[in-house]
Design a protein around this ligand. Structure first.
Ligand SMILES: Cc1cc2nc3c(=O)[nH]c(=O)nc-3n(C[C@H](O)[C@H](O)[C@H](O)COP(=O)(O)OP(=O)(O)OC[C@H]3O[C@@H](n4cnc5c(N)ncnc54)[C@H](O)[C@@H]3O)c2cc1C
Ligand code: FES
Length: 278
């Protein structure tokens, strides 16, 4: 008989129950892959079953995925793109060895997960939330759209997505947004798009609040556009991470109030916190 035959089976449900009994969050656990598919060339969708993430995650929080290959010790952070009952959807691009390994996953496989981690967007007030995303910064904004669409306090959702080429998320955000706009690199960038729709934003029932996620140069341009118009903006930063929860200092960003950790103090920061005013 193999050695693994004697190992106790630890399911997500067990981990969750133990954590709840101890009054704390579940630690790293093993989740089942429910679906793995290709959305567009080089862009993958991974659906994992994780009841704890599904019922607690807030927009812009992320989960750590651990590669099975032991030579890759560090987890990889990904924003949550959608929640359906107990199932959590992640959308990612192949960048290096970790994401290449994840792209081989199939339904029925398992993967180690920790989360949700990080500080979410503040969406406490009714507003016209303008979701400005670039490239693989779009997935966390899809979940923001899903959560905001569930409210009945007059909150509106406008998506403004910039893609390198394929518009891989327009169909995914459409069911949750009041207005959708997108642009590909050959046509311009998200700031061009914001200029085009500025009148539309000012005529909405609520004043705009920008929630943004994407490459740093894009978010600096979005921050400058917003601060010139006194539009509040929250920016979800990407940084190279080690632990993902504040222990290793791999992810620090310089701000007017000192060095902050993107994983724990963020990933969401306001323009003022970052000192990115125009
Ligand atoms: C809060 C947050 C949310 C993210 N959400 C998404 C998402 O929804 N979809 C998506 O496609 N990508 C997302 N990313 C980026 C994603 O984490 C990286 O593309 C991924 O870690 C690359 O891993 P790799 O092994 O393929 O690359 P490699 O370059 O081989 O990785 C080497 C090391 O660098 C780290 N690393 C490399 N690039 C990044 C990066 N951009 N951010 C953080 N660590 C990095 C890896 O985690 C790993 O530890 C997010 C990053 C952060 C910080
Ligand atoms: S990733 Fe370790 S402290 Fe942020």
């Amino acid at each position: 008989m193999s050695a693994t035959a004697f190992m106790p089976t630890v399911t997500t449900g067990t981990v969750e129950r133990q954590a709840n009994q101890a009054g704390r969050k579940p630690g790293r656990r093993t989740d089942e892959v429910i679906r793995a598919s290709i959305l567009s060339e080089g862009i993958y969708e991974l659906v994992i079953r994780d009841p704890y993430v599904a019922c607690t995650v807030q927009p812009a929080q992320f989960v750590n995925l651990y590669p099975a290959d032991a030579r890759m010790a560090l987890p990889r952070p990904f924003g949550v793109a959608k929640v359906d009952d107990d199932d959590v959807t992640l959308i990612y691009q192949i960048v290096g060895a970790g994401t290449a390994e994840f792209s081989l996953l199939q339904a029925g496989d398992v993967i180690d997960v920790l989360g949700p981690l990080g500080k979410p967007f503040d969406t406490s007030k009714p507003a016209n939330y303008v979701l400005v995303g670039g490239g693989l910064g779009v997935p966390p904004l899809l979940y923001a759209a899903q959560k905001l669409s569930e409210r009945n306090d007059g909150t509106q959702v406008t998506s403004v997505f910039g893609y390198r080429d394929a518009r891989f998320a327009d169909d995914l955000v459409a069911p949750f947004a009041d207005k959708t706009h997108s642009i590909v690199n050959a046509e311009g960038n998200v700031v061009d798009l914001l200029n085009d729709i500025e009148d539309e934003l000012s005529s909405a029932d609520h004043p705009p609040v920008i929630l943004s996620c994407g490459p740093t140069p894009m978010m600096k341009a979005v921050a400058a556009w917003a601060s010139k118009r006194d539009i509040p903006a929250q920016l979800s930063l990407e940084a190279r991470m080690g632990c993902g929860y504040g222990a290793c200092v791999a992810c620090v960003v310089d701000t007017p109030s000192g060095r902050l950790k993107v994983c724990k103090d963020g990933p969401v920061f306001t323009i003022e916190e970052l000192g990115w005013e125009a």
